[in-house]
Design a protein. Structure first.
Length: 212
């Protein structure tokens, strides 16, 4: 007989496990003062991450009144439950399913709640470490800065069969979280290749952070 476990129950268990796992990590944060600046928070930043690096970042930003864009997939539902237990708001949708609806919903949350938005910019299906345009489009229309963030793990279990090669840091390993300089990017709307060039520029910034 197959037993089904509700996403809420499983999300609660996973959130508990994430908290315990996080306590074992030796974490260093680079440029965190810029990220925590109240002036930046007032601008409702669009924070961008790689999909495979989210694990160490969730506990460090607990209760910081930000919203996360989460896939409408079954895995996304589970992640949304975990995020809610760390005090994040969630917006459901992605570039592959409900993309425009997610951007509209994200803009509404930014306006109504006065909060920033977090994107995994290569999710939910990849290609890995390739920036998709949703976050840039939203930041431009909201007049918000984009803040790139990387989590560089010293030793990690890499799930090679997953499209993102998800990284789970080994207990008692080191992890460096790097906060990039906020970027103000705007779209003129006159050049059809402009968005592609901005995506490439943001990719290069993310890559450079990972080499710090």
């Amino acid at each position: 007989m197959r037993l089904s476990v509700s996403p809420k129950l499983l999300g609660s268990v996973l959130a508990w496990a994430v908290r315990l796992w996080h306590l074992t990590l030796r974490v260093r944060r680079v440029n965190v003062d810029v990220f925590m600046d109240p002036g930046l928070r007032a601008q409702r930043p669009v924070v961008i991450l790689w999909h495979d690096e989210i694990f160490p970042l969730i506990p460090f930003h607990e209760g910081e009144s930000m919203a996360c864009v989460v896939s409408q997939s079954r895995d996304g539902e589970l992640l949304a439950e975990v995020l809610r237990r760390f005090g994040f708001l969630t917006v459901r949708g992605s570039s592959s399913r409900g993309g425009m609806r997610a951007l509209v919903a994200a803009k509404r949350v930014m306006d109504e709640k006065g909060v920033g938005i977090i994107f995994t910019v290569d999710g939910p299906r990849g290609p890995r470490h390739k920036v998709k345009p949703g976050a840039i489009f939203l930041a431009s229309h909201a007049g918000s800065p984009i803040v790139p963030v990387r989590a560089v793990m010293g030793r990690a279990k890499i799930f090679h069969r997953a499209w993102d090669k998800f990284q789970l840091p080994w207990p008692f390993s080191t992890c460096t979280i790097i906060y990039g300089t906020p970027m103000h990017l705007s779209l003129s709307g006159d050049d059809p290749g402009e968005l592609d060039r901005l995506c490439l520029h943001v990719e290069q910034v993310m890559d450079s952070l990972g080499r710090m």
